[in-house]
Design a protein around this ligand. Structure first.
Ligand SMILES: Nc1ncnc2c1ncn2[C@@H]1O[C@H](COP(=O)(O)OP(=O)(O)O)[C@@H](O)[C@H]1O
Ligand SMILES: [Mg+2]
Length: 328
């Protein structure tokens, strides 16, 4: 396992809710409410959860485009939630982001050359020729033809635009890329292509990804470690194998059972399992949430498996887990 590249400690991002005649702050949306995890050099770390669980806000807080309410983001031993540290470490060069909808993050009136060159211009002083060579090289890396530089974003398909988005993110030689649902808007066949070349680029340049997705099926093939997010908090965190084989939180089990089954032979069994899990969820969900409907703090079950276990039921939950392991 690689060295830790970034450490998220008790991260909180609250959005104020204003109301009334004076437009005063009356409450907060706790979009991210005390999140802890860390990513190793060169790995893909999966962050999974339903829409609204706080994944994008977490990603934006890490790249520094969302203001942090509390907690720390440690990079090279320094807390980069302080803007001065971010500058000192060249953090904005080392950490880039790819969005689900690359169209909205690209200026429609700019040619691809300028779109990809923009981050390079922020950090390097290249001549026009050097810059063009670099953009051509990046287009080549993501499998795009070289005449793409003269074109505009709308002239490409969604899959091609995601390639351009990756080229732009890779332009500064980053150590970490936050990939926020990078394939969610694409057709299945195109999704697989984009995931493949993202993997390829990762291996070539030793880039770490924070791979954000609502789809556990996609993340399964991408990530070594993952965290499940729910209502602004982490529900379960650990290695991919541990979580897929021995999910413990009732919410993780529910997400896993909802992955569509491609294998026709298993479909009936899968449907029965899904119904069983759904029943269990409805029966027991109150145990797994506090009075405000939030999940409990994470507790270590094994060294690389943390679960938001209910206060009273820890022993029972671990026992149940061990029984399952023995019967495997
Ligand atoms: N700029 C904002 N102002 C107020 N609330 C926001 C803002 N952005 C996101 N939220 C709220 O924060 C919560 C988490 O959103 P988000 O991080 O986008 O979740 P996800 O990416 O998992 O779908 C949601 O309830 C969302 O409505
Ligand atoms: Mg999102």
């Amino acid at each position: 396992m690689g060295k830790e590249i970034i450490q998220i400690k008790d991260l909180k991002v609250y959005y104020p809710i204003r109301s009334g005649f004076w437009n005063r702050i009356t409450d907060y949306v706790r979009a991210v409410d005390g999140v802890n995890f860390s990513i190793n050099e060169g790995e893909t770390y999966g962050l999974i959860g339903e829409s609204g669980s706080g994944k994008s806000t977490t990603g934006k807080a890490i790249v520094g485009i969302e203001k942090v309410t509390g907690g720390q983001i440690m990079y090279k031993g320094v807390d980069i939630t302080k803007a001065s540290n971010r500058k000192k470490l060249n953090y904005n060069k080392d950490v880039q982001m790819i969005f689900q909808d690359s169209m909205s993050s690209m200026n429609p009136r700019k040619r691809i050359e300028d779109i990809i060159a923009e981050p390079i211009r922020n950090f390097e002083n290249l001549t026009t020729d050097q810059e063009r060579d670099r953009v051509q090289e990046l287009l080549d890396i993501v499998g795009m033809p070289s005449d793409a530089i003269y074109k505009y974003p709308h002239e490409f398909s969604g899959g091609q635009r995601q390639r351009i988005g990756v080229a732009r993110a890779v332009a500064t030689n980053p150590k970490l890329i936050i990939a926020d649902e990078p394939t969610s808007a694409l057709d299945l066949s195109v999704q697989a292509q984009v995931l493949n070349f993202m993997k390829h680029i990762q291996q070539q340049y030793n880039i770490a990804y924070l791979f954000i997705s609502h789809d556990l099926g996609v993340v399964k093939h991408m990530s070594e470690n993952l965290a499940i997010m729910h209502r602004g908090r982490l529900v379960e965190l650990g290695s991919r194998d541990e979580i897929y084989k021995h999910p413990m939180h009732i919410y993780t089990k529910r997400l896993l059972s909802a992955i569509p089954q491609v294998d026709v032979a298993n479909r009936e069994a899968h449907k029965a399992e899904r119904e069983r899990v759904e029943h269990e969820f409805l029966e027991n969900q109150s145990k797994w949430y506090d009075a405000d409907g939030r999940v409990f703090p994470l507790q270590e079950v094994t060294p690389n498996h943390l679960v938001a276990l209910p206060e009273g039921g820890i022993r029972a939950a671990i026992q149940e887990e061990q029984n399952e392991k023995e019967s495997d």
